[in-house]
Design a protein around this ligand. Structure first.
Ligand code: FES
Length: 207
């Protein structure tokens, strides 16, 4: 992406003489709106990934993208990928979409895990839908034969379901979801969004 140099300090925030952080003018909020630098500066984007998306509740899917047990869909934000899975009629879970062996992505796009088993396409390690490992090829070869189940369980991401949306949060100790959603809860409930259904997606080439 080419970036107009007129508005952008490519170095991002800098230290002020007083030791505080000074933002480039191109990131300032103006009386008439938000400066363009916030939208196009890679340094601002990196800060968002580091300080916002890594710890905020965010919509990752609609419930009706995963209507049946074993259904999954994936969600990407920055360099992170998450797989969202319906475990049973009342349980949705989300995992880092990464095999704990060599980091292979466990799922692409959306679909259904056959026989309710998540199987890594690389060496066939296997998990149930709750993220418990069921199979490690040549298990005795790892950690001197002392591999624990917890070592190879899928790494869960925090999940909350509200109004048909599946929210995820990468922070293991996130803000309480009820507190997060409280300011907009009445508006969303008035719109009956929970009764609406998902018909198609325009995600970045994931489906
Ligand atoms: S990378 Fe997944 S089983 Fe080896």
């Amino acid at each position: 992406m080419s970036v107009p140099s007129r508005n952008v300090n490519r170095g991002g925030p800098s230290q002020s003489a007083a030791g505080g952080t000074e933002w480039p003018p191109s990131w300032n909020v103006q009386p008439h709106g938000i400066s363009v630098g916030r939208y196009i500066d890679p340094a601002f984007m990196r800060l968002e990934y580091e300080r916002l998306w890594s710890r905020v509740w965010q919509v990752a899917a609609r419930l009706d993208e995963v209507p049946e047990t074993g259904d999954y869909t994936t969600y990407e934000i920055g360099d992170q990928s998450v797989v969202i899975v319906r475990v049973d009629q009342s349980t949705i879970k989300a995992y880092h979409n990464v095999c704990p062996h060599r980091g292979t992505a466990l799922a692409q796009g959306s679909g259904r895990f056959g026989s309710c088993r998540i199987i890594c396409p690389f060496h066939g390690w296997r998990w149930d839908l709750a993220g418990n490992n069921q199979f490690v090829l040549e298990r005795q070869e790892f950690r001197g034969g002392q591999l624990r189940d917890s070592d190879v369980a899928l790494r869960a991401v925090q999940v909350a379901v509200f109004a048909g949306f599946v929210f995820i949060n990468f922070d293991p100790n996130p803000q309480a979801f009820d507190e997060f959603i409280a300011p907009v809860r009445p508006f969303i409930e008035d719109l009956a969004i929970g009764d609406m259904h998902h018909y198609c997606s325009c995600r970045w080439g994931t489906r």
